[in-house]
Write a protein that binds this ligand. Structure first.
Ligand code: IPT
Length: 991
């Protein structure tokens, strides 16, 4: 019996009485049979106390590699593999360590968001409890001059029992937390050692680890043997404060063993425990200044990478080194499409570098501590980190334990030791990273006094860092007020400290004085998010708001290959799970293979640390960095006519410290403007020198504005010519009964027809906060029907009045199509007027037509090159862009509307024989695909989409924005396409 089980018995009776007095039905932490060791509420056994992650010269032996492995269906297989005799029998094979067994051909991954995939019967787990037995042998290197030897596990999901040479070493629980054991006395120094590990997929810990991610098991992080010399430094704690008034670092390094603190660059050579004050440059994400040194005892040299910084709350504002800190953050899970939560050093570096290149300055390690090496990268390359404990009990929410019953682990005292232990293991391992500025108690665990116990311990151990936890809105145990998926409007109130009061007046007053952050926002499931820029504007308006962390970095799609050899990324249900949450696992701004999704381009633009506002007379540059001036950036201007550069040069910038602006009058030497084109001025800020994460010339920010608009050409119209059952208008031939286009300069077209539908995006779907799809289908927007009226052939145009209706609905549009032509081109004016009581925005409004498949090369002048939507358009810049139709598709893991290019001035679609130019007046939103909207909507994975023999063009007045309704607010009112009168003209020219 461990120390908690003893306590359980003691408190159980009191607790039940207390619950009864509060009118609570006691939660069934059933005791109908004794807990098995993996069901103990605090199952950890044998581990040494947690201590700091350290890089040192003490010897280490990696035990990663190939291990013997057997998977059983239950926890009951014989313990017949822990001794010297190598196991035999068919059930044994091999497996790499670290890895998840489900991704190595044993069992299958499964995805649920918050629902536990087993009965909610804590702390019991089902009899079917996949159990992996692992075994390997190793020898201790002969040259190790060590006093003690530790065995370290960096991550085992979810619970393991360990034996060395046949003797039990201990039990690990806490999947993403490090555990270490002193195995000195069990080791054979001159012979082979047998290390055996039994890992259970389900344990009491599974109740504490209900994060929204794949259920994946096994030894998925490294296993290491650590030689500990005599007088080794068992633990150390670097306190490196930055005194903002004096510009001094205040350094004290505690060491478990007396040691010297040596930092050559600062001329520091002092005893551990002593405080020194030295003038330094502070550490920040902008300028991650590290001072390298060593902590040297008689037995070990530990690497020190010291960053001096102070993160504090002053007058309700979050400050870093005395200046307001704004998190431009994202939530990151450890993830790899082939190896799950086993991630390589290269993959982590790729993540951090990519974040830096996209103007991200902060990470929340949702919802568990990452591999230790990740934090070293954050120290080195510069990211502020909220380091989160491995704790989430979301699955108690659907069964209402957060409210009605007292069983939620955050509240039930019987779980307290396990939870405080989790917090200790987080803080102790990661306490020396300058990048870590807040500890987070966990995610989605409801409320409860156990959170208080975790918080109190952490505060006492590390008073230098702030505490974060989102789900307890009283904020009783934390230092910052945090929420997720808040609407823009509510955020605005919070910014003004005008949010609705919390019922307890004292807690309300305390909370109202706190800074605020959005620990999750802009849910990036499928196509989206929209509304990011509007959030940023609010963040920047109110000093109380310390920014936010977008949800989330990765789409967690697992790479699979079909029998036909096609690759796709799997989501929930693709492994035959009985219950799952589908593609809710694909809600990142980076595709599983590490390529950016359009949302990341938008985020880079919105997160720009330099805001460049261009007008014809001046450029205003505002420095939004937290710490640096702009001397590391070169500013370049260029003037382009319809996307063709006609002049360019450098723009010298005066010294502009953080938080300040420079205003530069412009007197540019540029050639005369061709009135048939649009003239645009662009100013770009690029890195002068290479950095650890980008090359010289990397673009950090840009600003753009139209300086001269295109003059409208005066066209001489030619008369329509009726003949037989057709009418010719320039190079267009129309059907004289309904005005349908039969051919265009000899190209066989599918006539443009009205289209109001889009392949619904995840943010439109029935589970969304604004499930527009339901209403759209009720109205019949997916089934538009057009009826032409009597066509009028006039001297200068053919006019086709009509009515656009929807199956089963009396809502409609009165329409009017006007065809005309001059010598060069054919024009189609599209007008529409809504009829009836519309109560919902439209998915889209426009025309759909098709061309033969050979028209597969697209060039356009307008915002680009990536897709853009009404509320995700900041990243798109005016220019001339070329893409094949294939390249214009975005492979969202669940196919849905994508690839829209907004506000094109013109587009050219080319086949080897001819080029069709379509001009929009005022401009046109377009998509080009090898399949129809219906094909797109029907596919469940991108590899199912098959190119047809047509190229389908949508030429739209607009589409409703994206929002982030799949878990958050829908598109803002101004970015919804409300039924209104539409009037735009398309001009077709064939060469
Ligand atoms: C929020 C979770 O914290 C996060 O892990 C993820 O599941 C996200 O939702 C949705 O993708 S919690 C939710 C109740 C807002």
């Amino acid at each position: 019996m461990n120390r908690l089980s003893a306590m359980n018995d003691r408190v159980a009776a009191d607790l039940a009485a207390d619950d009864r007095s509060r009118g609570l039905v006691h939660a069934p932490v059933a005791m109908d049979r004794p807990f098995r060791y993996f069901e103990e509420l605090f199952p950890l056994r044998g581990a040494i106390l947690p201590r700091a992650d350290a890089v040192s010269d003490a010897p280490e032996l990696s035990l990663d590699g190939t291990w013997e492995f057997r998977l059983s269906d239950t926890a009951d297989a014989a313990v017949d593999f822990i001794g010297d005799a190598a196991p035999t029998g068919e059930s044994w094979g091999s497996i790499p360590v670290p890895a998840h067994w489900q991704l190595q051909g044993h069992g299958a991954p499964a995805y649920t968001n918050r629902r536990y995939p087993f009965p909610v019967d804590p702390p019991y787990v089902p009899h079917e409890n996949p159990t992996g037995d692992y075994r390997r042998t190793f020898r201790v290197p002969a040259d190790w001059q060590v006093e003690r030897v530790l065995l370290r596990f960096d991550g085992v999901d979810s619970l393991a029992k360990i034996w060395l040479n046949g003797t039990e070493v201990g039990v690990i629980s806490g999947s993403r937390l490090r555990s270490e054991f002193d195995v000195t006395d069990l080791l054979r120094r001159d012979a082979e050692n047998v290390l055996a590990v039994r890992v259970h997929q389900w344990s009491s810990g599974s109740y504490l680890e209900d994060q929204d991610m794949w259920w994946l098991s096994g030894i998925f992080r490294s296993v290491t043997l650590l030689g500990r010399p005599a007088a080794a430094i068992h633990d150390h704690f670097v306190h490196a404060d930055y005194d903002t008034l004096r510009g001094e670092g205040v350094l004290r390094v505690e060491s478990s063993t007396p040691a010297r603190v040596i930092i050559p660059e600062l001329d520091v050579d002092t005893a551990s425990g002593a405080e020194v004050r030295i003038p330094v440059q502070p550490w920040s994400a902008d300028e991650p200044r590290l001072y390298d040194g060593e902590l040297v005892s008689d037995g070990e040299r530990v690497q020190l990478r010291i960053g001096f910084r102070r993160v504090e709350v002053v007058d309700g504002v979050l400050l870093a080194n005395g200046r307001p800190l704004l998190f431009r953050g994202t939530n990151r899970h450890d993830f790899d499409p082939d190896t799950g939560r086993t991630v390589s050093m290269e993959r982590m570096r790729h993540d951090v570098e990519m974040m830096k290149r996209h103007n991200i300055n902060a990470v929340r390690t949702s919802h568990y501590p990452p591999q230790a090496a990740f934090l070293r990268l954050c120290d080195e390359l510069g990211l502020w980190v909220i380091d989160e404990c491995d704790f989430e009990t979301h699955g108690f929410f659907p069964v209402d334990w957060f409210h009605k019953l007292a069983g939620n682990p955050a509240e039930d005292v019987r779980w307290r030791d396990a939870l405080v232990d989790r917090m200790q293991r987080l803080v102790e391992r990661d306490k020396n990273h300058p990048s870590v500025v807040m500890w987070s108690l966990g995610n989605e665990c409801g409320t409860g006094e156990n959170l208080g116990a975790m918080a109190r311990w952490a505060k006492e151990r590390d008073p230098s860092r702030l505490l974060h936890y989102e789900r307890d809105w009283s904020c009783e145990h934390v230092d910052v007020y945090s929420r997720m998926y808040t609407t823009h409007r509510d955020l605005e109130l919070i910014g003004q400290r005008q949010e609705p009061p919390f019922p307890d007046a004292d807690l309300d007053a305390r909370r109202r004085a706190m800074p605020f952050l959005l620990c999750e926002y802009v849910h990036s499931m499928g196509n989206g998010p929209g509304g990011l820029a509007e959030y940023q504007e609010i963040f920047e308006r109110y000093p109380r708001i310390a920014g936010g962390f977008t949800w989330e970095w990765f789409d967690h799609g697992l790479r699979q290959v079909t029998a036909a050899g096609e690759t796709f990324f799997a989501y929930g249900g693709d492994f035959g799970e009985d219950r799952h949450d589908g593609n809710f696992i694909a809600d990142g701004i980076v595709f599983p293979d590490g390529t950016p999704s359009p949302g990341l381009h938008e985020l880079k633009k919105v997160f720009e640390p330099v805001r460049i506002t261009v007008s014809s007379g001046e450029v205003v540059v505002r420095n939004h960095y937290d710490a640096t001036d702009l001397s590391h950036l070169a500013f370049r201007w260029s003037v382009a006519d319809d996307g063709v550069e006609v002049a360019a040069g450098d723009l010298p910038l005066p010294h502009t410290p953080a938080g300040e602006s420079a205003r530069l009058p412009l007197a540019l030497d540029v050639p005369d403007h061709d009135p048939a084109t649009e003239r645009v001025l662009t100013v770009r800020a690029v890195l002068r020198e290479p950095t650890a994460w980008a090359r010289a010339g990397h673009e950090v920010a840009w600003g753009q504005s139209v300086v001269t608009e295109r003059a409208q050409p005066v066209a001489r119209l030619i008369s329509p010519v009726p003949h037989g059952e057709q009418v010719t208008v320039g190079s267009a031939i129309l059907d004289d009964t309904d005005g349908g286009l039969l051919s265009l300069a000899g190209i066989e077209v599918d006539a443009p027809r009205f289209d109001t539908w889009r392949a619904v995006i995840d943010n439109d779907r029935d589970f969304s906060w604004e499930p527009h799809e339901t209403r759209w289908r009720e109205i019949g927007l997916d089934l538009p029907r057009y009826r032409a009226g009597a066509i009028e052939v006039g001297a200068e145009a053919v006019v086709v009045p009509g009515r656009l209706g929807f199956d089963g609905s009396d809502l409609a549009f009165d329409t009017r199509l006007t065809w005309s032509a001059d010598e060069a081109a054919v024009s189609l004016r599209v007008q529409a007027q809504p009829l009836g009581d519309w109560d919902v925005p439209l998915p889209r409004f426009g025309l759909r037509m098709s061309l033969p498949a050979a028209f597969c090369d697209v060039e356009w002048y307008g915002p680009g090159p990536e897709e853009s939507y009404a509320d995700s358009s900041r990243a798109a810049r005016l220019g001339r862009w070329c893409r094949t139709v294939e390249e214009m598709q975005t492979p969202y893991l669940m196919p849905q509307e994508n690839g829209n290019r907004r506000h094109a001035r013109w587009l050219r679609v080319a086949s080897p024989e001819s080029v069709l130019t379509i001009t929009g007046d005022p401009h046109v939103d377009f998509t080009a695909r090898r399949w129809t909207t219906e094909d797109l909507a029907a596919a469940t994975h991108p590899n199912e989409l098959r190119a047809s023999d047509r190229v389908w063009l949508n030429l739209d007045a607009g589409q409703t924005g994206l929002g982030s309704g799949s878990c958050g607010p829908g598109a803002l009112p101004a970015q919804r396409l409300l039924p209104r009168s539409f009037d735009y003209t398309l001009t077709f020219m064939v060469e």
